[in-house]
Design a protein around this ligand. Structure first.
Ligand SMILES: Nc1ncnc2c1ncn2[C@@H]1O[C@H](COP(=O)(O)OP(=O)(O)OP(=O)(O)O)[C@@H](O)[C@H]1O
Ligand SMILES: [Mg+2]
Length: 463
């Protein structure tokens, strides 16, 4: 982005205009000055302006209101600050209605002006950045709805395209929530088998006997409860792709039978004496290290080698943090439209926290966090307060992913909650105490106990 933001100052009173211009230049801005609304509009057409600061009541024919209208219409990315004379509050309200960023009453206080201009510039940049991000999501290297522009993901997309055409068995590995199931679908959809069925089964979700009868089917009377003959899923998938999710959870007896399906290309219903030929492409996924399972004697080595003809690894989200903004923006759009919410982007502070969170649940966790923030948020931006504490805590505490199921003590929870509140109030203890519903002295005492350096406050005798 360009070095210093450009401010267009429109003010017909020469002395005031010069004074304000000096204030703004000293604050580090590029300043264009004009003495009339008409000149201001010409400047707006010629140069890229970040923020317009305009007087409201100027000589006709064009007033500051005209500058505001024109800017909102023809340069919607530029923010407008309006200067009004004291006592003309109706005008100020009207300006806000027309889309002014804010108004400032005369006489102008230079600190207030600097502050408002800084905020307008920040807002302008945020909006521009988000527009840019939205555009990139639209144009993103979208691969079967899989979002990713990190080198690791682009390499993966290329591998998927290549592997899809080969008709070999594929082993997908990666932590939970990294997108293994999405990739399995993509391999099928990009393959010549795409018009045929894609059948998936989670080997960890069913007890052994049920899993077996689901996979291979059974004949009538094969076991108690087998009232009629049932086709197995392998037969259903004939001609298509068969996805064995959580393969490491398959019991040994099933592993033997899977090996048979691969080697003989045939399947046999439970209780049947005949086998039938099938033609399926196998894709297996595991979120644990299958090789370690082999070493531990829990997974058949021969099956492992049969499955592992081509292996694709899905990198955890923390190894491709550059994908986080695109993914987060993608999910904001997805859930805003699903829940009919006005949310359109993510506040920079919230984004910083998302960037530093370790995401042990990977993309699934990120999706859930955004879904919740969009559903519960009260503004059009996802803000820090909309994030769950484990995410909003990430920045201050580094990436100490806590083991699941470990219980925090009350004191720990209180400490984090309090530090979080103080952080969100920008260190303003009075506001933090109010938000927490405790007295300032109580807050001050607790902070001291938690080792926070705090200055004793004036009036700290109350509560
Ligand atoms: N790159 C991505 N782009 C968009 N959505 C994604 C991406 N990766 C994962 N997701 C979403 O995250 C969720 C988890 O993905 P998926 O079910 O494929 O993970 P998985 O690796 O199979 O996890 P598990 O091992 O827990 O089964 C899904 O809702 C999926 O749509
Ligand atoms: Mg899965």
């Amino acid at each position: 982005m360009s070095a210093s933001p450009t401010i267009l100052l429109v003010e017909d009173e020469d002395g005031l205009r010069e004074a304000l211009s000096i204030v703004l230049r000293r604050a580090g801005y590029e300043v264009l000055e004009t003495g009339s609304a008409a000149e201001g509009l010409r400047a707006l057409e010629r140069s890229a302006i970040d923020v317009v600061v305009t007087d409201l009541a100027m000589e006709q024919p064009l007033s500051g209101m005209g500058v505001l209208r024109h800017t909102r219409q023809f340069a919607p990315g530029t923010e407008v600050l309006v200067m009004t004379a004291f006592g003309t509050i109706e005008n100020a309200v009207e300006c806000m209605r027309l889309g002014a960023f804010h108004y400032i009453t005369k006489p102008i206080n230079s600190e207030e002006l600097e502050l408002l201009v800084a905020r307008a510039v920040e807002h302008q940049r945020l909006v521009a950045e988000n527009r840019n991000l939205r555009q990139r999501v639209q144009e993103a290297y979208r691969f079967e709805n899989i979002i990713g522009s990190s080198p690791a993901m682009i390499r993966l997309f290329e591998q998927v395209t290549r592997v899809a055409a080969l008709d070999t068995t594929v082993l997908l590995s990666g932590e939970t929530g990294t997108g293994k199931e999405l990739i399995a679908h993509a391999v099928h959809n990009k393959s010549p088998r795409a018009p045929r069925s894609f059948v998936a089964i989670n080997c960890g979700a069913l007890p052994e006997t049920l899993l077996e009868s689901e996979l291979f089917g059974h004949v009538k009377g094969a076991f108690t409860g087998a009232a009629s003959t049932k086709k197995g899923l392998f037969e259903e998938a004939d001609g298509g792709t068969f996805f064995l999710d959580e393969i490491s959870a398959a019991p040994m007896s099933i592993q033997v039978k899977l090996l048979r399906v691969i080697e003989e290309k045939e399947t046999r219903r439970i209780g049947d004496t005949r086998s039938s030929k099938i033609d399926v492409r196998l894709i297996a996924a595991s979120n644990s290290d299958l090789q370690a399972e082999v070493a531990a004697g829990r997974f058949r080595e021969d099956l492992y080698y049969r499955l592992n003809v081509v292996s694709l690894r899905l990198p955890p989200l923390r190894e491709r943090r550059e994908d986080i903004p695109l993914l987060a923006q993608h999910f904001v759009q997805k859930y805003a439209s699903r829940f009919h919410r006005p949310t359109h982007s993510i506040d920079p502070a919230a984004m910083r926290m998302m960037m530093s969170h370790p995401w042990p649940g990977n993309v699934r966790e990120l999706e859930n966090v955004v879904e919740r923030a969009v559903a519960l948020g009260s503004t059009d931006l996802v803000k820090v307060v909309d994030l769950p504490s484990e995410v909003s805590r990430a920045e201050s505490e580094g990436s100490d992913a806590r083991a699941e199921g470990e219980i925090r003590t009350l004191e720990e929870a209180e400490r984090e909650h309090i530090l979080g509140a103080v952080g969100r109030c920008g260190g303003n203890l009075a506001n933090a105490a109010k938000g927490l519903g405790i007295g300032r002295t109580t807050l001050w005492r607790k902070l001291k106990r938690y080792g926070m350096q705090v200055e004793p406050e004036e009036g700290a005798a109350e509560a």
